[in-house]
Write a protein that binds this ligand. Structure first.
Ligand code: GLN
Length: 200
């Protein structure tokens, strides 16, 4: 791979969703960020972000682009991944209120409920205390957000809001119900980049 140590190459899954915002946040957190649409592109990254968007569409496009199995394989093999909102849904081992034909990649032993915080017009922002991130709570933007109903023993809850789990980490895999990429506060991305660096 042609990059300097310390600057990991992090892909953003670019099938659908707020790809640009993640590319900007990752670059601000000192990663080399690039969109990933094809298996060959996936093979070249040190880590991956799965953006917010619409998980049912993302799942469909992953099948269509021949990305579902390559993604599952790399996640199983230990690729560091961070999913926001729809991305969190993609990383759930088990999904509630998904569409019948909806596929997830899995990666975190958690049960995620899709659209749990309500509809589009019930979207909101809230301050969220995030374990392992210094400098005060992060701004959580929740847009038709999922929450985590339960996690397995290997998963660690990093943040809750209103009694619901909204950030989880299991080994190399991180997921948040909310969208740090929309706030201009890059601390969650920096946390992820540190995770990736620690594993390189
Ligand atoms: N509700 C969307 C879904 O099911 C997620 C919304 C989002 O990513 N902001 O995928």
């Amino acid at each position: 791979m042609t990059h300097t140590p310390g600057n990991p190459v992090i892909g953003v899954l670019a099938l659908q969703g707020d790809v640009r915002e993640h590319l900007i946040a990752l670059a601000a957190a000192d990663a080399v960020a690039r969109p990933v649409r094809r298996p060959e592109e996936l093979a070249e990254v040190d880590a991956l972000v799965i953006p917010g968007g619409e998980s049912t569409t993302m799942s469909k496009l992953a099948v269509l682009f021949g990305m579902l199995e390559p993604l599952r394989e790399r996640v199983r093999a230990g690729l560091p991944v961070y999913g926001t909102c729809a991305g969190m849904i993609m990383l759930a081992d088990k999904l509630l209120d998904g569409r019948e034909d909806q596929e997830t990649l899995g990666g975190i032993d958690m049960i995620v409920r899709r659209n749990a915080f309500g509809r589009q017009n019930e979207s909101f922002e809230a301050k969220v205390d995030f374990a392992g991130i210094e400098g005060g709570p992060v701004e959580g933007v929740f847009i038709r957000a999922p929450w985590v109903e339960s996690v397995g023993a290997a998963a660690e809850v990093l943040a809750t809001y209103d009694g619901h789990t909204v950030a989880v980490r299991q080994g190399n895999v991180l997921a948040t119900s909310f969208h740090p990429e929309l706030t201009g506060d890059d601390r969650v991305h920096a946390y992820f980049v540190d995770m990736v660096r620690a594993g390189l």
